[in-house]
Design a protein around this ligand. Structure first.
Ligand code: PHE
Length: 340
């Protein structure tokens, strides 16, 4: 009786292993599993018949039948893994004759390009490029820049206020303060970056745009240094023949202050639509650093002099490339962006 049982077990083992070896898909695998290990499977039935084996041989018979069960389960599992790996490999096979997927090459955004170009001109003049936070405090955006609370000129710099008492900087001028707090004079820096103002969006306004701030502090700085520096910039940026004029203006953080125009780069000053028939285009604000600003950063204003300027990057780019709507910069339309 036991011999018989042993033969049966050996037979099942031999057959099952051969068949498992031949499995090529999931369906065959499930079928074989049912054939041997299912509710009416060959091995299952055999296991059920163990209690009928004479007591003397029963433990031995039970043991080998159970061992076989485990063995078959394991074989089926590793076969299953193998099939899965094969399928995955199949999927990853590459047909090198298929046409590839075309990848569009990106390019630097025109605002970034312009910002870099402007920075480079000032770097050539010995200015260092620095960075400042876009989320600012009232102190850096206003107070330290000689714009005390309630001062009417605060209105010129319409501002986004945040719930936490901070604000989105409305100009890059706060970077002047941050740099001077950290560094000893003399120094020459430019600070490019984003600024924010709650203006209604139209062809020439955006709630977010870019500025480049400039600041030079040294012992004998005069208005002539400002003029010389800006004339180099204007000629490098817009062409050697470009004219420049200074109009008196007011900024709280510079004294005296000026707005600077360039001769219209479209009509060379004779008058056209771009310059509203004035012949001049306003491009930046500037002046000599107000002594109150030096006091805020604890510089001795008897010893140190400085000039500062600030310009809108989009405006410069629009003039340079003849772009008539600022919104084009921010719509991410590749037909526009591709041209730069
Ligand atoms: N911060 C000024 C503005 O946003 C520009 C400026 C900077 C003027 C530095 C003078 C000196 O309009």
């Amino acid at each position: 009786m036991y011999k018989n049982m042993r033969k049966k077990i050996e037979k099942i083992e031999k057959e099952a292993l051969i068949q498992i070896e031949k499995i090529v898909n999931e369906e065959e695998l499930q079928n074989l599993k049912a054939k041997y290990l299912g509710r009416k499977g060959l091995l299952t039935q055999l296991l059920k018949s163990i209690p009928k084996v004479p007591l003397k041989y029963r433990p031995e018979a039970g043991k080998s039948a159970n061992l076989l069960k485990r063995k078959l389960e394991q074989e089926l599992r590793s076969r299953h893994d193998l099939l899965r790996k094969k399928k995955e490999k199949e999927r990853l096979k590459i047909d090198i004759t298929m046409p590839g997927i075309h990848q569009e090459l990106g390019s630097i955004h025109p605002v970034t390009q312009t910002m870099r170009q402007i920075s480079q001109i000032f770097m050539n003049l010995g200015f260092k490029v620095v960075d400042g936070p876009e989320i600012e405090t009232d102190y850096y955006n206003f107070t330290a820049l000689n714009i005390p609370e309630g001062h009417p000129s605060r209105e010129t710099f319409h501002t986004f206020y945040l719930d936490n008492g901070k604000l989105l900087r409305s100009q890059t001028s706060p970077v002047q303060i941050r740099v001077m707090e950290k560094e000893k004079p003399p120094l020459k820096i430019v600070a490019p970056g984003k600024v924010f103002r709650p203006d209604a969006t139209d062809a020439s306004h955006s709630f977010m745009f870019h500025q480049i701030e400039g600041l030079a502090v040294d012992k004998n700085i005069t208005f002539a240094d400002l003029k010389g520096t800006l004339s180099v910039f204007v000629r490098e940026m817009f062409g050697q023949e470009t004219q420049m004029r200074f109009r008196p203006h007011f900024f709280p953080f510079t004294e005296p202050s000026a707005e600077i125009d360039i001769s219209c780069i479209i009509c060379a000053g004779s008058g056209c639509r771009v310059c509203s028939f004035k012949g001049w285009l306003e491009i930046l604000g500037a002046g000599l650093v107000d002594p109150n600003v030096f006091s805020a950063v604890k510089y001795d204003s008897e010893l140190w002099r400085g000039f500062a300027f600030g310009m809108g990057v989009e405006r410069i780019a629009m003039l340079k490339y003849g772009i008539t709507d600022i919104r084009l910069f921010f719509e991410n339309d590749v037909r526009f962006l591709k041209q730069f």
